[in-house]
Design a protein around this ligand. Structure first.
Ligand code: ADP
Length: 530
């Protein structure tokens, strides 16, 4: 089988003239019978990488996908294009499953989507083993890795299931989010030769990244919607309560918005999702329960009203903007206190200690993203193991505030960290510098340190922000999970020795998108008084 046949299916079945970046290379691997891993950004066109080979193979393509709520839509869309496909998940009862399996036996379908939980049943795996399976596509493959941010235990049954399949199909793992470590893990667990990895890179050139700090979240969002009237977008918040509150706020301002979170009934969620997909509402306000696999092309903005728990989750959610390739915005409205909500989630999650500490480390990376003054895209790509130039489009690249020399203040912080022999974290360092007198400070005799009270004229919060900046800028590093301690890095040592200067953008950014005295501001004030 050659690529010309694939090209023809692309044209005649799907109506596209050209492959998107990466698609050709992935399909080549699949047609050659090699198991492979495709890493492509959201909206990059991963589905065609298995749907086209599925049309060319004589047997069946099994697609493992965690997106149960969307399977029916995906299958309907394939059927509409004349591709015989079906799905098997928990919404299908046992007699119907038997019927679909029988139809698969008869060769009635080219593709079958299954939920990973199905593989927990040995009877089901044995039923699969009797089918002529040519290809096993594993969507959202990062779910297999405990290093990933969305680990699903059922994915671990995949390797066992593959072993049971006598037709020895090749595997195609697909994901939009995989650090180097997660990619390695996927390859190892699914027996994929790392040489067969196709990575088109994580950069999304049409996505403008912005971090907004020190601003009133409600006011910022309402301003943003006023400036971008009629644009469609998603606003993410961390808790159901905050989602409900924001939805009310927007609705009162006559923005058509609906909520999406796990506390709503299935029907309500489905209804709201459809209203959003079919443009009956402008804004979806949601927790992270919303979005995986949502194929809505014209989402122009994704605003995170609260900081999420990991950079992977952030980029995946932010990446739901601009799937049509048109310029779009991903905005993080950052308040340091929102990290507390994520810490609460971690503590409540019931993870074992190792995972809990790892989750805390991931939260720190997220915090660094919010506090870096470097290119935001570069920060994200670097996290995923990619080297790239500054994007020139993000809020940091476009930040025209003057940089100020903060070498002296940096040296005070760094020397305090050294004096504390790297045994303490940000809180204690800020307390020592500002001359706090609490029990812990006294118990540890920290009032005796020469750096004690060096910044007594500043608020602890301000010093904390300086520490966050120095950490994000790489002069300090925080080590450990839940209670990280600070250490001075090599470039921090250079600053301490006066060999290197530290610069920081100090002046406040332009604060408002809309001037203070607009009617909207008055309305917001009235709303608050209610
Ligand atoms: P992903 O799963 O990578 O997020 P999808 O497979 O859902 O992305 O594809 C995103 C959109 O791009 C879909 O609407 C799909 O039809 C479209 N698409 C995929 N491949 C091509 C192509 N070669 N040319 C044009 N559009 C494409």
């Amino acid at each position: 089988m050659d690529l010309a046949a694939a090209q023809q299916v692309l044209k005649t079945v799907f109506g596209y003239d050209e492959f998107r970046p990466g698609q050709k290379a992935v399909i080549e691997h699949v047609l050659a019978g090699d198991s492979s891993l495709a890493i492509m950004p959201t909206g990059g066109g991963k589905s065609l990488c298995y749907q086209i080979p599925a049309m060319l193979f004589s047997g069946i393509t099994v697609v493992v996908s965690p997106l149960i709520s969307l399977m029916k839509d995906q299958v309907d869309a394939l059927n509409d294009s004349g591709i015989p496909a079906t799905f098997i998940n928990s919404s299908v009862d046992w007699p119907e499953i038997q019927q679909r399996l029988a139809a698969l036996h008869n060769g009635d379908y080219k593709l079958v989507y299954i939920a990973p939980e199905r593989l927990d049943s040995e009877a089901f795996v044995q039923a699969l083993a009797r089918l002529p399976i040519d290809l096993l596509a594993v969507d959202e493959a990062h779910c297999i890795s405990q290093w990933g941010h969305d680990f699903r235990p059922s994915y671990l049954t995949l390797s066992h299931a593959i072993e049971q399949l006598p037709s020895q199909p090749q595997v195609l793992a697909l994901t939009a989010t995989a650090t180097t470590q997660v990619a390695h893990d996927i390859c190892q667990q699914l027996w994929i030769d790392p040489q067969n990895e196709v990575n088109t890179g994580f950069a999304r050139d049409n996505l403008n990244l912005t971090v907004v700090k020190d601003q009133d979240t409600d006011r910022y969002i309402l301003d943003y919607l006023q400036v971008n009237q009629g644009e469609t977008g998603i606003i993410y918040a961390s808790t159901r309560k905050e989602v409900e509150r924001l939805t009310k706020l927007l609705t009162k301002q006559h923005v058509t918005a609906a909520a999406y979170h796990a506390g709503l009934s299935d029907e309500q969620r489905q209804q709201n999702q459809e209203d959003f997909l079919y443009d009956r509402i402008q804004v979806m306000v949601a927790t992270n329960a919303f979005g995986m696999g949502i194929d809505k092309s014209n989402v122009r903005f994704v605003i995170h009203a609260q900081v999420p728990g990991t950079l992977e989750a952030y980029y995946q959610e932010a990446g739901r903007a601009g799937r049509d390739g048109l310029p779009s915005e991903a905005i993080l409205v950052y308040h340091a206190q929102d990290l507390q909500i994520q810490r609460f989630f971690i503590d409540q999650s019931g993870m074992d200690e190792e995972h809990r500490q790892r989750a805390y480390q991931k939260l720190q990376v997220m915090n660094h993203y919010a506090n870096t003054e470097g290119c935001l895209q570069q920060f994200i790509l670097q996290y995923f193991g990619e080297v790239s130039p500054a994007c020139g489009r993000c809020s940091n690249c476009l930040d025209e505030r003057e940089s100020q020399d903060v070498t002296t203040a940096a040296q005070q912080v760094l020397s305090c960290v050294v004096r504390l022999r790297s045994r303490f974290g940000k809180g204690v360092v800020a307390q020592v510098l500002t001359g706090a007198r609490n029990q812990r400070i006294r118990d540890n005799n920290l009032t005796m340190l020469p750096t004690y009270g060096l910044m007594a004229n500043q608020k602890q919060k301000t010093v904390g922000e300086l520490i966050d900046f120095l950490t994000a800028a790489g002069y300090l590093q925080s080590v450990g999970g839940q209670y990280p301690t600070l250490q001075v890095t090599a470039s921090g040592v250079a600053v301490l020795k006066g060999q290197e200067q530290a610069y920081r953008k100090m002046a406040q950014r332009v604060k408002r998108l809309v001037p203070e005295d607009t009617a909207l501001f008055g309305k917001l004030r009235d709303l608050r008084r209610e």
